[in-house]
Design a protein around this ligand. Structure first.
Ligand code: SF4
Length: 372
């Protein structure tokens, strides 16, 4: 399929810069980029967006992620926002998210972002415990987290996500409880709670070989859900994501549900409904305009992939919704495998819907292996 024949209303922008690399990070990121690198990025990004201008329909959501988009200076951030606002059709109720690190999320940057249509803020908290932060090699002072949330609240911003990492080796259940207590006090509308993944070739993998055991993981997972349900009024709408009703992340939800989206920036992915494309995860190649690489799957295999990502959401799949999205009937595609998961108590099957049970959410890796 020719990517140029499709129009997109969902955009991801990858900003590959951070002040310091975290030991667990497996994203494409450049630490401490100098001014020339930052300028080259902005110039190339402008060209990439302008080359794709005809592909956009009014944008329903924009996700400025990374990396750390707030690593830019105020002036550079202004330039970045101007590139976006002057080249993209942004709908009036567009969900416009920016990710940022507390160390560089300043009050003047927040004001600038607000003035340019950003309306959702995602802050990388990870943990309030110095010990946990040291274990995963996460830089930055905890006090900065409180300053950023104060700044957001001073502008009456309600729509902000806080990221949490749990399942860190040597982290106790009490330490996790303290992290959750602090998160609850900061009144976010959304929390992403990720269990630590020790990915190959990261500095963390050289120091730590094993994560936590399954029983302890279940204990932590259960505590997170209970506390966020009872004390924050949040519900788990995806395996790792909780929100107050109405604050679910539109951008990510579209991706889990197999929606099309466009990505710009080095290593950014985009999906045209059939193929996934990935820009070079290499700064110079991206600057030189080297083409994205296509990851093509046969239609049934792509439909299975979409089946799995959609099952990550608490609503799962409604039968006709899946058919409309992929052209396939999930019962014909994976009848035996779905029923096997039903018999194991991992999938709940109604006449017109399938979704993971609570146990299925906990054992989603197993479900994934079964359905593939
Ligand atoms: S802040 Fe995020 S993107 Fe940057 S190094 Fe840490 S984990 Fe990676």
């Amino acid at each position: 399929m020719d990517i140029k024949k499709i129009s997109y209303n969902s955009l991801y922008i990858h900003v590959p810069f951070c002040a310091k690399l975290c030991d667990y990070c497996a994203f494409f990121v450049i630490a401490k980029p100098n001014r020339t690198i930052r300028q080259n990025y902005l110039n190339r990004l402008k060209r990439e967006i302008q080359d794709k201008t005809t592909l956009f329909e009014p944008l329903d959501n924009i996700y400025l992620g990374g990396g750390t988009p707030t690593h830019f200076s105020l002036k550079e951030l202004q330039k970045l926002l101007r590139i976006l606002t002057s080249n993209l059709p942004i709908s009036t109720d567009c969900e416009f998210t920016i990710e940022g690190n507390p160390t560089c999320f300043t009050k003047d940057k927040i004001k600038l972002l607000l003035d340019n249509g950003v309306n959702r803020f995602s802050i990388g908290v990870q943990s309030f415990s110095d010990e946990t932060r040291r274990t995963i090699g996460r830089a930055g002072e905890v006090s900065r987290i409180f300053n950023v949330v104060d700044a957001l609240q001073s502008y009456s911003i309600k729509n902000y996500n806080l990221d949490l990492i749990f399942g860190v080796p040597n982290q106790s259940i009490d330490q996790l409880r303290l992290d959750l207590d602090e998160l609850v006090k900061l009144s976010p509308s959304h929390i992403s709670a990720y269990s630590l993944m020790i990915k190959e070739k990261t500095p963390l993998a050289k120091r730590l070989k094993n994560g936590i055991n399954d029983d302890f993981f279940i204990k932590m997972w259960t505590l997170i859900e209970e506390k966020l349900n009872n004390e924050c009024g949040m519900y788990r709408y995806e395996i790792s994501n909780f929100s107050k009703p109405g604050y679910e992340c539109r951008h990510n939800y579209n991706i889990w549900k197999g929606g099309q989206f466009l990505g710009v920036g080095p290593s950014a992915c985009y999906f045209d409904g059939i193929s996934r494309w990935t820009n070079p995860a290499n700064f110079n190649k991206w600057i030189d305009g080297i083409d994205a690489i296509e990851d093509y799957l046969d239609l049934p295999d792509r439909a299975i992939e979409i089946l799995l990502t959609g099952l990550r959401t608490s609503k799962g799949w409604e039968h006709s919704e899946f058919k409309l999205k992929t052209g396939f009937d999930y019962n014909k595609l994976r009848y035996k495998q779905i029923n096997h998961c039903v018999s194991k108590g991992l999938i709940h099957k109604e006449e017109n819907r399938i979704k993971l049970t609570k146990r299925g959410m906990l054992l989603s890796d197993y479900v994934e292996r079964e359905l593939i």
